[in-house]
Write a protein that binds this ligand. Structure first.
Ligand SMILES: *Cc1c(COP(=O)(O)O)cnc(C)c1O
Length: 459
C-alpha cells in the first residue's frame, strides 16, 4: 500500500503531461478548473488505496487522464438531445412535438445571436410591443380582428379565464371537461383562475337549453373546449359553437373556444380528418379562440389567442400577460412558420404538415430505398399499417403507411429495440409482429445515414 501511495503522481507532474495541455486547448478548460479535477482524481485514488479497494499497479497518470476524459465526454453530451422518431406518430408528445421548418430555425439563429427590434419600433424610433411582431400574420391567417401570443396553450386558456372571468361564472358542457397530457384539466385551470365552473348537460349529451337555463346574473362566458384527444361515439350530442354564438350575443356573454390544436391548413382537402380551421371557427362569430403553436400548426411551443380586439386589448394589458410572455426565439420561429401559411405552401415547408400529408406510396418508396442499404445479415420486410397524428389531435384519424420490419440473425428484437434507444442519435421505433418496425412517415432522408451507422454499431 505504501508503495502505491508513493507512486501517486504529484499535481505539478500531471500538469506537465501532454494530455493536460491538450484538454486545456481542445476542450477550452481553464487551468484552475482542470487542476481541481486532477486533484480530485488523485484524492479519490489515495482514499481508494487506503481503504484497500485499489490494488493495481497501473500507470497512474494514464488512469487519471482516462477518468477525466470520461467526465468530459459526459459533460459534452447534452441531456436534451436529438432523437430519430421512427414511430410514425407525427406530433409525438414525448419527442418534442413539432419540428421546425428550415426557415424558422435560421430565423431563430439570426435573432438569438444578434440584437433585434423585439420591443423597438424602428420606423417611429420609439418603444414598441413584442405583440406587434406576429399579430398581423395571425390576423391574416385566421381572419381575427386581433391576436397575441403566450407561452403555450395552457397559459392562453389560463389568461383568458383569469383576465376575463375571474369571480364570475363560466358555462362548460360536461362532455368537454377534458384532461390533456401533462395533467392539464379544464376544471383545475378554471379553479386556479378564480372563475367558477358551471357544468351543463351530461357526459354524452348537452343541449342548447342546458346552456340557456344555466345563464345567471353571474355568468360571464360560455366556453367550448375542443375534445382533441378523444371521440365520443354512439348516443351523443353537443351544441356547435355556431349555435352558441347567437345565444352569447343575445345575453351579452363572451363566447370562447379552446381549439387545442388549431389548424390553419385544410387537412380535409387531403382527406385527413374533418377539423374546422381556426379561420372557419372564428367565422362563426366566436369572441376568442386559443390554440397551440406546436401541434398542427407546426411551429414552436406557444399559445395563440385570437379574436375580438376589445378582449385581446384587455388581455394584453393584464399583469399575467407579462408573466406568460414569449421569448424572441419563439416569436422568430412563429413568424417564419406563419409566413409559410401566408405564402400558401405549408405542406412543402413545415415538417409537421409535410409528414401528415405524405401518402402511403411516398412512404413505401422511402422504405424501399432504405432497405437496399441494410447489411446482409438483416432481414427487412414491408408491412402495411397506419400512423397517428399524435399530440392529442385527430385521435380517430388513421394515416395509411408502410413499415419496414427489421430483424437480425441471432438477435432478440427486444435487445435491438433497447440498444437503438441508447447511443447517439437515439432511435425510437415501434415493435410489430415481434420485429423492429420503422415507420418512414417521420424518418427524413437525412436520417438514413445515422440510422445505418447505429445499425452497423449493433454488428
Ligand atoms: C393541447 C391542448 C391544450 C394545451 O396546449 P399546450 O400548448 O400543450 O399547453 C389545451 N387545450 C386543448 C383542448 C388541447 O388540445
Amino acid at each position: 500500500m505504501l508503495k502505491l501511495l508513493r507512486n501517486l503522481p504529484a499535481i505539478h507532474e500531471l500538469q506537465q503531461e501532454k494530455q493536460f495541455h491538450e484538454i486545456l486547448q481542445i476542450q477550452d478548460f481553464s487551468k484552475e478548473r482542470l487542476t481541481e479535477w486532477v486533484q480530485a482524481e488523485v484524492s479519490k485514488l489515495r482514499s481508494d488505496i487506503i481503504e484497500g479497494t485499489f490494488k493495481d499497479h497501473t500507470n497512474f497518470n494514464q488512469l487519471i487522464f482516462e477518468r477525466i476524459d470520461k467526465r468530459i465526454k459526459q459533460l459534452n453530451k447534452p441531456t436534451l438531445q436529438r432523437v430519430i422518431n421512427a414511430t410514425g406518430t407525427v406530433l409525438h408528445t414525448n419527442l418534442g412535438r413539432a419540428a421546425l421548418s428550415k426557415e424558422a430555425i435560421s430565423r431563430v439563429a439570426e435573432v438569438a445571436s444578434h440584437y433585434s427590434n423585439l420591443e423597438y419600433n424602428l420606423s417611429e424610433q420609439k418603444r414598441g410591443s413584442r405583440h406587434d411582431i406576429i399579430e398581423s400574420l395571425v390576423k391574416e391567417t385566421t381572419g381575427a380582428e386581433a391576436a397575441m401570443v403566450v407561452n403555450n396553450n395552457a397559459a392562453a386558456v389560463f389568461l383568458v379565464l383569469k383576465a376575463l372571468a375571474s369571480d364570475k361564472e363560466v358555462i362548460v358542457s360536461r362532455g368537454e371537461l377534458v384532461e390533456i397530457g401533462g395533467s392539464f384539466r379544464i376544471s383545475s385551470i378554471m379553479a386556479e383562475s378564480g372563475a367558477s365552473l358551471v357544468e351543463v348537460g351530461t357526459t354524452n349529451k348537452t343541449h342548447f337549453y342546458d346552456y340557456e337555463e344555466a345563464i345567471t346574473e353571474e355568468t360571464m362566458m360560455i366556453m367550448k373546449v375542443h375534445t382533441s384527444n378523444f371521440k365520443t361515439i354512439g348516443f351523443t350530442s353537443e351544441v356547435a359553437s355556431k349555435e352558441l354564438v347567437s345565444l352569447a350575443n343575445q345575453r351579452n356573454l363572451i363566447i370562447y373556444e379552446d381549439l387545442g390544436s388549431g389548424d390553419l391548413f385544410q387537412f380535409r382537402n387531403y382527406g385527413i380528418g374533418d377539423e374546422p380551421t381556426v379561420k372557419e371557427s372564428l367565422a362563426y362569430g366566436l369572441d376568442l379562440v386559443t390554440f397551440s403553436g406546436d401541434k398542427l400548426l407546426g411551429g414552436p411551443q406557444a399559445g395563440i389567442i385570437a379574436g375580438k380586439k376589445k378582449w385581446i386589448d384587455r388581455l394584453k394589458k393584464h399583469q399575467l400577460a407579462r408573466v406568460l410572455r414569449v421569448d424572441k426565439m419563439t416569436l422568430a420561429a412563429l413568424e417564419a412558420t406563419l409566413i409559410h401559411y401566408v405564402k400558401g405552401s405549408p405542406e412543402k415547408n413545415i415538417p409537421t404538415i409535410k409528414s401528415i400529408c405524405l401518402n402511403a406510396d411516398e412512404i413505401r418508396a422511402k422504405a424501399e430505398a432504405f432497405r437496399t442499404m441494410l447489411p446482409d445479415n438483416w432481414r427487412a420486410e414491408l408491412s402495411k399499417d397506419v400512423s397517428m397524428v399524435g399530440g392529442g389531435t385527430m385521435p380517430a384519424v388513421e394515416l395509411p403507411t408502410w413499415l419496414l420490419l427489421l430483424s437480425k440473425e441471432g438477435a432478440k428484437t427486444q435487445s435491438l429495440y433497447h440498444a437503438l434507444h441508447k447511443g447517439s442519435p437515439a432511435i425510437v421505433t415501434r415493435i410489430k409482429d415481434e420485429q423492429l418496425a420503422l415507420d418512414f412517415r417521420t424518418i427524413e432522408e437525412e436520417d438514413y445515414g445515422d440510422i445505418l451507422n447505429r445499425i452497423w454499431e449493433l454488428e
